[in-house]
Design a protein around this ligand. Structure first.
Ligand SMILES: [Zn+2]
Length: 298
């Protein structure tokens, strides 16, 4: 019971800190393949491209340029190619109460530093794509938790564990934000990802006992990657092995980088959703991915 009250306090702190993140203005993109640059001018490098009808929070203005928050990064776009929306974006704070926040997770991760795999991932560029976000909440769990929040929490845990192994990790989103599939793929391509992992959780409310992990790949080239990563995850978790499968999914088909889509459990299954809410499960999945990637890169 102690834990519940602590989590409640953390929850209050979280709501308070998230209110700081509310952006008053958003850029509604009007130009096709609009370049996002590292600085306010065309002499700066392009780090992403955005497309209509996407909206991005405006962080800062400088002359004819504004800085926007896009897919886990910040960059500049020219004022000729968007219109400004005065939005009253209220950040969704409907995070399920039993889910504790990132700070708690961080504390727990640093306690469990015994993760020590053979080999390492030094210099490997891994793009992690937490599925869904913002108005697209994804699947809704048995306890009404959102897939979009579970994938984000998973990505944060995974990032730390991969970084411990020397990998360079980039997240397509770092907050509860809507990001179109095309932008996620562009992000992977521009970051020259050695591996792109799109994280999801599954749901079949009509069959609430179904559980387990699925791994999808599209290109034949990525079948070995799928096998290694899937095997790694299965070796670290107790859930059902639903196997790997080739599937035509947009984030995989349009991706030039080695890429997988992982369905990391069924949140329509009450027990599995409880696991997904626990840091222990997220660490186990992450260790499995580390093991799989190490085998793949060997
Ligand atoms: Zn999903």
């Amino acid at each position: 019971m102690k834990k519940v009250s602590f989590v409640t306090i953390v929850g209050i702190v979280l709501i308070f800190s998230m209110s700081v993140l509310i952006y008053a203005k958003e850029a509604q993109i009007e130009g096709e393949n609009l370049n996002v640059r590292t600085g306010p001018g065309t002499e700066y490098d392009v780090i992403a491209q955005v497309n209509p009808p996407e909206n991005y929070p405006i962080l800062e203005e400088s002359g004819d340029w504004v800085k926007i928050q896009v897919t886990g990064e910040e960059g500049w776009i020219h004022k000729d190619y968007f219109s400004i929306l005065e939005s009253e974006t209220s950040i969704e704070t409907e995070e399920p109460e039993q889910v504790d926040d990132g700070e708690t997770e961080k504390a727990k991760i640093s306690e469990s530093k015994e993760i020590n795999q053979s080999g390492n991932l030094t210099g490997k560029r891994i793009v992690i794509d937490p599925g869904h976000g913002g108005r697209d909440v994804g699947a809704i769990g048995a306890s009404e938790g959102y897939e979009s929040l579970y994938t984000l929490r998973t990505a944060n845990v995974m990032k730390e564990i991969l970084e411990d192994q020397g990998a360079e990790v980039f997240l397509t989103r770092t907050r509860d934000q809507y990001i179109p599939l095309t932008s996620r793929v562009t992000f992977a391509n521009l970051h020259r990802a050695d591996v792109f992992l799109s994280l999801h959780y599954n749901s079949t409310p009509e069959y609430p006992t179904v559980k387990g992990i699925d791994t999808y790949y599209y290109s034949d080239r990525d079948q070995p990657l799928a096998e290694y990563v899937h095997e790694g995850i299965i070796s670290q978790t107790d859930t059902s092995d639903r196997g790997i499968e080739q599937r035509d999914l947009q984030v995989l088909r349009t991706n030039h980088r080695p890429s997988l889509l992982l369905e990391l459990g069924f949140i329509s299954n009450q027990t599995e959703e409880m696991h997904v809410q626990s840091i222990v499960y997220l660490e186990a999945i992450s260790r499995g991915i580390v093991a799989g990637l190490q085998a793949y890169f060997k």
